[in-house]
Design a protein around this ligand. Structure first.
Ligand SMILES: [Zn+2]
Length: 123
C-alpha cells in the first residue's frame, strides 16, 4: 500500500481547520493552496502538523525551511509537529519533544497517510 504525506492545520480548540495530501511521501511540496489556507486561517491557527509515513520521527531540512518561512510570514511560531509510525514529535519553544499524549487527530492522520497499526508504544 502506498503512503501519502498529509498536512493538517489545527485550531485553538484542537479542531482540524484544513488538510492537504501529497502523493510524494518523502516531501509535501509547498502548495499555493496551503499558503493561502494558512494566511486565511492565521488568527485561529495554533498548530501545523504533518505526517512522515515512512519516518523519520523528526523534522527534515525541508521542514526546517518551511517552518522558518511560516514563522516569518505569521510573525509568530505556531506549534509544529510530525506524526510518524512510531510516535509524534513537536517543536516547543525551539526544542523537539516527544508527544506522549497524542491529540485525537494523530491516529486519523496516520490512517489518512496509509500508515499501518502503530507499533508498540515507546517506554
Ligand atoms: Zn516533513
Amino acid at each position: 500500500m502506498s503512503t501519502r504525506e498529509v498536512c493538517l492545520l489545527i485550531g485553538q480548540q484542537g479542531e482540524v481547520l484544513w488538510c492537504d495530501v501529497s502523493d510524494n511521501p518523502a516531501l509535501l511540496p509547498d502548495s499555493r493552496e496551503r499558503w493561502e489556507a494558512i494566511w486565511r486561517l492565521r488568527a485561529e491557527l495554533t498548530e501545523v502538523a504533518h505526517s512522515h509515513p515512512d519516518g523519520p520521527l523528526g523534522f527534515s531540512s525541508e521542514d526546517e525551511t518551511t517552518m522558518e518561512a511560516l514563522t516569518t510570514a505569521l510573525g509568530r511560531a505556531p506549534r509544529f509537529s510530525v506524526v510518524a509510525p512510531g510516535g509524534m514529535v513537536a517543536r516547543v519553544d525551539g526544542r523537539d519533544v516527544l508527544v506522549m499524549s497524542e491529540p485525537w487527530w494523530a491516529e486519523p492522520l496516520r490512517e489518512a497517510s496509509g500508515m499501518h497499526a502503530r507499533p508498540l508504544a515507546l517506554a
